[in-house]
Design a protein around this ligand. Structure first.
Ligand code: ADP
Length: 166
């Protein structure tokens, strides 16, 4: 069974992420979407919230599992019996960093390869941080976020703006 891992911050999951998930799920027997907890990033959503949002969006795709981890990605993949990391590649900006990560992961775990799927043109410039910025304004988010998470997302932005705590 070919198991692939799709790691990321997913803070929050966007329509661009979902598109990669759908396409990767068509290629592999099982896809594990894993929220990687990275101590250098300060996320807006907690680990549990991010997992919950992803689950609510991928619930109808039978071969997709959702998880979270603070392990080294190469170790996590080994533990899960996976030899493929899936990454989405957007215009320009992703390449340098992803190329480096892919080489490092392969060095740590030589059985592990990274497969890049190019972003669909309409998601090429979409990122979680852009969506968080837009969330502060009265903008229709339906081209950027999966419908299921828009209410939860807007609620969180409103709470944050009022100075509330997550
Ligand atoms: P972001 O860079 O938006 O914070 P993540 O760290 O959650 O995103 O990204 C996880 C993976 O998803 C990375 O491989 C990233 O390149 C990819 N990705 C992010 N946004 C998109 C998009 N709009 N289209 C395709 N892939 C994407």
């Amino acid at each position: 069974m070919k198991i692939a891992i799709y790691p990321g911050s997913f803070d929050p999951i966007t329509s661009g992420h979902l598109n990669i998930i759908q396409r990767a799920a068509n290629i592999f027997d099982k896809l594990i979407v894993c929220v990687m907890v990275n101590s250098t990033k300060q996320p807006m959503f907690s680990r549990e919230e991010r997992v919950h949002m992803i689950k609510s969006v991928v619930g109808n795709i039978p071969n997709v599992e959702v998880d979270s981890s603070d392990e080294l990605l190469a170790e996590y993949a080994r533990r899960k019996g996976s030899c493929v990391i899936v990454k989405g590649l957007r215009a320009g900006s992703d390449f340098e960093n992803e190329f480096q990560m892919s080489l490092i992961n392969h060095k740590i775990n030589p059985d592990l390869d990274t497969m890049f799927l190019t972003a669909e043109h309409q998601y090429m410039y979409l990122s979680s941080s852009t969506v968080k910025e837009l969330g502060g304004y009265d903008v229709d988010l339906s081209d950027f976020l999966p419908e299921q998470i828009i209410p939860e997302f807007k609620q969180r932005i409103a709470v944050t703006r009022q100075g509330g705590k997550r």
